[in-house]
Design a protein around this ligand. Structure first.
Ligand code: URA
Length: 417
C-alpha cells in the first residue's frame, strides 16, 4: 500500500477501505506518513467527504489508537456531555453538578481552549489549587464518591485525534462534518459513558455556521452512536451571541456559581436547563417534562450549587481564593437606541486580546481577564451608558468592542396634546 495512491483515490472521490485508512492514519501516528501527506489527504476528505462506512471505519481506528476507559466499576448510569465550543460556554460547570445532584453519574473529560473559544479546563484552572489531571483510579473513585468529575483528557485516550486535530487546526481542515463527527464521537466512546448528550453550537461564533450543517452533523453522530449501541442525543443551540454575560476564565466560573445560586435567568440559564433535562431524561428514562422539573428544583433548592462546591473542594480547588483583575475599563455607548445584536465573535476576539485565550498551545492564559456585558440584546441605551466592562492586566487591544453592539436608533415619540 502507498500513501500517494490513497491520496489520489480520495482526490478522485473514491471510497477508501478500512485498511487504507488504517495505513494512512496509524502510519501518521507512527510518523511513517508525513505531515504534508496527511494534510493533503485531510484536504481531499474535506472537499470530497466520506461515506457512512468510511466514517464508522475511521472512528474505530481513532478509538483503537489508545485506551478505552472502563467505567464498569462505577455504579449507575453514566451520562457524558460535549459541546462543539462557543463564546462564553461555561455550560459544563453548571450542568455536571445539576445532573450529578440528581443521582446520575457524570464523567466529563474536557479540553483546553485553542482559537476563539476557551476550554473548560482553562476555566477550572482559574480556581487556585484545582487539580485537572487525574489518574483513572482517581476518576473512578471520585465518580463513586460524589457522582461527578471534570478532568483533562489523558494522553492515552484517542492519541490519534490529538495528532490529527493539531494538524487540522493549522491546515484549514477543521471544517469538515465527517472529520468533526469522527473526532468528537471517538473521544466520547473511548471515555466510557453509557449515554451521550452533544450540544452542537451553530452561528457566527461557532465552528458550525448554518442549521443545515448542524443537522448533518447531528444525524451522523447519532448513527455513529448506534454502531456502538450508545444512546446519543444532540441539541442545536444558537452561537450568534455570547452565552451569558461573562467571557473570560475566572469571570465565567463566577457566573456559573451565580447561576447555580439561582441568580441568573438568561440564554445561559435556558440552555443549561435544556441540556441538563435531556441528560436527566436519558439517565433516568423519564420524559423531558419530568426531567425539567427535577432540574429546576435542583437549582432552586441549591442542591446543584452544593454539588459544585463539593466537586471543587474534592479536586483541591479553593474557590474563595479565585481572583478577577482589579483593572477595569468601562466601555460607553456613543449611541442612543435599542441593542439588537451582540456579536459573539468580536467579543471573543477582544477577550482573547486581553489574554483570556491562546493562539498557540504554548501561550499562557491570564485567568483574571475578560469581558463583562453590562447590556443585553433588547436593552435600550443612552449615550454614555456602560455597554460592557473590560477586565485587563495589559491593554493590547486592536479591536473596538463597541463594534460588537448593534444599536438601532429609535424614533422619538412625538408629544401630542
Ligand atoms: N470539537 C472536537 O472535539 N473535534 C472537532 O473536530 C471539532 C470540535
Amino acid at each position: 500500500m502507498n500513501i500517494i495512491d490513497i491520496i489520489d483515490k480520495k482526490r478522485n472521490k473514491e471510497e477508501l477501505t478500512k485498511e487504507e485508512y488504517e495505513f494512512a492514519f496509524s502510519g501518521f501516528l507512527k510518523k511513517e506518513v508525513k505531515d504534508y501527506q496527511m494534510s493533503s489527504l485531510l484536504m481531499a476528505i474535506c472537499i470530497n467527504g466520506m461515506s457512512d462506512q468510511e466514517v464508522f471505519d475511521l472512528t474505530d481506528i481513532f478509538i483503537k489508537s489508545g485506551e478505552v476507559l472502563d467505567l464498569s466499576g462505577v455504579e449507575g448510569v453514566k451520562v457524558d456531555k460535549h459541546s462543539t465550543g462557543g463564546v462564553g460556554d461555561k455550560t459544563t460547570l453548571i450542568i455536571a453538578p445539576i445532573v450529578a445532584s440528581l443521582g446520575i453519574k457524570v464523567p466529563k473529560m474536557s479540553g483546553r481552549g485553542l482559537g476563539l473559544t476557551g476550554g473548560t479546563i482553562d476555566k477550572l484552572e482559574s480556581i487556585p489549587g484545582f487539580k485537572v489531571a487525574l489518574t483513572k483510579e482517581e476518576l473512578i473513585k471520585e465518580l463513586n464518591e460524589i457522582g461527578m468529575v471534570i478532568c483533562s483528557q489523558t494522553d492515552s485516550l484517542v492519541p490519534l485525534d490529538k495528532a490529527v486535530y493539531a494538524l487540522r487546526d493549522v491546515t484549514g481542515t477543521v471544517n469538515s462534518i465527517p472529520l468533526i463527527a469522527v473526532s468528537i464521537m471517538s473521544k466520547k466512546i473511548a471515555s466510557g459513558a453509557d449515554k451521550i448528550l452533544i450540544d452542537i453550537k451553530c452561528g457566527d461564533g461557532a465552528l458550525i455556521k448554518d442549521e443545515r450543517s448542524a443537522k448533518e452533523l447531528k444525524d451522523l453522530m447519532i448513527r455513529i452512536g448506534n454502531v456502538y449501541e450508545k444512546e446519543v442525543r444532540c441539541l442545536v443551540s444558537d452561537m450568534n451571541v455570547p452565552l451569558g454575560v461573562c467571557v473570560g476564565n475566572a469571570l465565567e466560573v463566577a457566573e456559573a456559581v451565580e447561576l447555580l445560586d439561582g441568580k441568573v435567568r438568561n440564554n445561559l440559564y435556558d440552555l443549561c436547563v435544556d441540556i441538563a433535562s435531556n441528560m436527566v431524561s436519558m439517565g433516568k428514562n423519564i420524559s423531558i417534562i419530568d426531567a425539567r422539573d427535577e432540574v429546576i428544583e435542583a437549582i432552586n433548592n441549591k442542591k446543584a450549587l452544593e454539588k459544585f462546591y463539593q466537586f471543587v473542594t474534592y479536586q483541591g480547588g479553593r474557590i474563595d481564593d479565585m481572583t478577577i483583575s482589579e483593572n477595569k475599563m468601562e466601555i460607553k455607548s456613543t449611541k442612543k437606541g435599542l441593542i439588537t445584536d451582540i456579536n459573539a465573535l468580536i467579543v471573543s476576539k477582544v477577550s482573547n486580546s486581553l489574554g483570556s485565550g491562546r493562539s498557540t498551545i504554548e501561550d499562557v492564559i491570564d485567568h483574571g481577564v475578560g469581558v463583562f456585558l453590562n447590556k443585553q440584546i433588547g436593552d435600550t441605551v443612552n449615550v454614555g451608558d456602560t455597554l460592557c466592562t473590560l477586565y485587563y492586566n495589559q491593554v493590547d487591544n486592536n479591536f473596538n468592542i463597541t463594534e460588537a453592539f448593534t444599536i438601532e436608533e429609535q424614533e422619538e415619540k412625538k408629544e401630542t396634546n
